[in-house]
Structures are given as structure tokens and as C-alpha cells.
Design a protein around this ligand. Structure first.
Ligand SMILES: [Zn+2]
Length: 186
């Protein structure tokens, strides 16, 4: 790690996109204009014509299931430090969401997974900027271990999930859907 490496401050990050003022291409202050074809008001650069279409942040993760139990981690970094969720993270520009889920699981808990079906796409009511893609997965190699991002790791049977310790509403929604699918399969 570089000596001047930093952690992103999530309070600052959450000011995006509402407070973006200047053109990302040429630095000119943008103006509000009606843009065709849907006639929505957008920020537009008066100098180069760049239109700032604010779009949601895509997150991708997976529920890695072993012996009927799902892998969760206790978050080591903001936001929601100390709360539990499944491995996942932001989809990088140009990266397929499926690869993000695999990469983040390897980075956060050291586990290599094979993805199964798409469980669903979830929105956190407190952070609608993020849309969370969740796959089912099975571990193929490695053992889940702790990292800076995951201070505890554990597999939970449906009945062992402590719902009031979960990090995000998207975590709750995805796990609830998984529990339902397990029940339905019995
Ligand atoms: Zn511009």
C-alpha cells in the first residue's frame, strides 16, 4: 500500500451526484437544461455540451452457500461497521457484475466461488443510489477468513440469522428471499 493511500470518506461520496457542479470533461460550471427526448432537466456544460446523466451505483455480491448455510461477514469498514452482510462491492467500470461478485468475495473473505443463479436485485431504502445484484454461489476453493473488510466470518443456517444485526435493508431483503427459497425447496 502507498504511504499516502486513503480510505474513501463515505459521507463525502454520498454528496454525489446531487452536488456535482462542474463539467467532468472541461471543468466549466454546468447549467440546468431540458434534454431531449425525455425532456428531463439535467446539468449540461455550456462550453462542451457534456450532459451529466446521474446514474445509480451498481453493487454486486453473492450468497455463498455450504451445507445449507450462508456465508456472512461482519463489516470492518464504513458504512455500517460491525454489522453483518454478504460479500460484495461496487462494480468497476466495464466489469461484468458476475465477475464483481466473484472478485469481491475473494478480496473480502479469501473464498473462491462459482456463481449459480441470480437471486435478485435489491435497493437499500437508505441508499437508493446503490442497486445491489445478488447471486447464489458455492465455494470452490479456499476457506473464508477475516480481512480488513471482514472482521468476522461465519456460515449461518436460515434459523441462525440475527436479523437485527444486518447492515442494509438490501441485506435483509436478499437473505429473506434466500430463506424463502430454502423453505420452498424442502
Ligand atoms: Zn464541458
Amino acid at each position: 500500500m502507498e504511504d499516502d493511500a486513503i480510505h474513501a470518506n463515505h459521507h463525502i461520496q454520498h454528496r454525489y451526484p446531487a452536488e456535482v457542479r462542474f463539467c467532468a470533461l472541461c471543468g466549466t460550471e454546468m447549467e440546468i437544461k431540458v434534454v431531449l427526448p425525455d425532456r428531463k432537466r439535467q446539468r449540461v456544460c455550456p462550453k462542451c455540451g457534456f450532459v451529466f446523466f446521474a446514474s445509480p451505483k451498481l453493487v454486486s455480491g453473492c450468497l455463498a452457500v455450504k451445507d445449507g448455510k450462508v456465508l456472512l461477514l461482519k463489516r470492518g469498514i464504513e458504512p455500517e461497521v460491525g454489522a453483518w452482510t454478504f460479500p460484495g462491492g461496487f462494480v468497476e467500470f466495464g466489469e461484468p457484475a458476475s465477475e464483481t461478485a466473484i472478485r469481491e468475495t475473494a478480496e473480502e473473505v479469501g473464498l473462491n466461488v462459482r456463481l449459480g443463479r441470480l437471486l435478485g436485485v435489491y435497493t437499500d431504502v437508505k441508499n437508493a443510489k446503490a442497486q445491489v445484484v445478488v447471486y447464489l454461489a458455492e465455494p470452490i476453493s479456499g476457506e473464508a477468513r477475516t480481512t480488513e473488510e471482514a472482521t468476522e466470518v461465519r456460515y449461518f443456517a436460515p434459523g441462525e440469522i440475527r436479523w437485527n444485526t444486518l447492515a442494509f435493508t438490501s441485506t435483509v431483503d436478499a437473505l429473506a428471499e434466500w430463506c424463502e427459497s430454502v423453505k420452498a425447496a424442502r
